[in-house]
Design a protein around this ligand. Structure first.
Ligand code: SF4
Ligand code: SF4
Length: 330
């Protein structure tokens, strides 16, 4: 269904192109929560246009959840997540930098590990690795063994470095990417890593974990009308034009609805990954926004971390996408 990723982001624009149109505000969870222009992508871009430095807008830079919902909304195609991550590099604390640099230097833990025999690999990420049974189930469903290997080096340290604003040393990035270049397909569980791999490996066949599972008949048979299927926002927005088609097809085939607004931007279920220095959000405002006006009988989650926010404020059953798989052949 999905071929190699187009080399997106090749000619993205920077903050100087912001016209102040305000469209990014409509989808930004921080704007919705605070109605503070200074915490929005518009606010950051305009501040930079008027000569602000990262330290002048540090709270705004730190509070962005990196959900990337603003990017497909921006008519100027400004690299808004890249703008925020670049600003974070000017704000990182020395202790955090030292700790993450040491972590990255020590990866991979087994230097010179043999190349994967399989032609596809799953980059599981920390959330999925913390649930070994679920990870095993995911790997089996995606065709474990000769077909797909759970890759030892899943780039979790790089994700943390990106979130914290620590520059990734080129040798570490190359150690991570070199084995991936030999693969036919890379399935990525972490949305922020998916977003960056599309830049780092143009032409590679990258698939988000949600899409990889959503292709399987064993999962599709478990989806039904009345399900609210909660898409992981970062990966979706990173490959918006293609993934809109995937989820449209899934809706037609299975009858479920999604956490999409009228422009089909994914409403993030939580502020997970935020560097928040404003008042922490328990996710309930996001979940209320998603549930508003919907007639739903069950919540189906792509991302493991989104469950708590739903469990807090609704009585509906909450299940993980992978747990829908029946025992039939996929
Ligand atoms: S990435 Fe998300 S939180 Fe950050 S500015 Fe864009 S929409 Fe707002
Ligand atoms: S949508 Fe783009 S151009 Fe419009 S205000 Fe936001 S960042 Fe600026």
């Amino acid at each position: 269904m999905f071929g190699p990723s187009p080399s997106a982001h090749a000619a993205r624009k920077d903050y100087t192109h912001c016209t102040g149109c305000g469209l990014c505000l409509l989808v930004c969870p921080l704007w919705r929560r605070t109605h503070d222009l200074g915490l929005s992508p518009l606010g950051r871009a305009k501040a930079l246009q008027y000569g602000a430095h990262a330290t002048d807008i540090a709270v705004s830079v730190a509070s962005c959840t990196l959900c990337a919902a603003c990017e497909p909304a921006c008519p100027e195609d400004i690299d808004l997540v890249g703008m925020t991550l670049n600003l974070r590099r000017h704000l990182v604390q020395p202790a955090m930098m030292a700790s993450l640099l040491a972590r990255m230097e020590s990866r991979p833990s087994r230097p010179g590990a043999p190349l994967p025999a399989a032609r596809s690999a799953l980059l599981a990420g920390e959330a999925l690795r913390a649930q070994p049974r679920r990870l095993e189930r995911v790997a089996a469903l995606l065709g474990g063994g000769a077909a797909l290997r759970v890759h030892d080096d899943d780039g979790a340290d790089l994700v943390q470095a990106l979130i914290e604003g620590v520059s990734i040393p080129p040798p570490r990035r190359e150690r991570f990417l070199a084995p991936l270049r030999r693969l036919d397909e890379i399935v990525v569980a972490d949305g922020l890593l998916f977003y960056h791999l599309r830049r780092w490996l143009p032409g590679a066949k990258l698939t988000s974990l949600g899409v990889a599972l959503g292709r399987l008949p064993a999962i599709r048979r478990g989806l039904r009308a009345g399900d609210l299927y909660v898409i992981e926002a970062r990966a979706y927005h990173a490959d918006y034009q293609r993934l809109v088609k995937h989820y449209d097809e899934l809706r037609r085939a299975c009858g479920c609805s999604f956490n999409l607004d009228l422009q089909r931007i994914a409403i993030p279920a939580t502020a997970a990954g935020s560097h928040a220095s404003i008042e922490p959000d328990d996710g309930s405002s996001q979940v209320r926004w998603i549930l508003q006006g919907r007639n739903v009988t069950r919540i189906v989650l792509e991302h493991l971390d989104d469950g708590a926010a739903f469990a807090q404020i609704c009585d509906l059953p909450v299940v993980q996408l992978v747990d829908l798989a029946d025992d039939g052949s996929s």
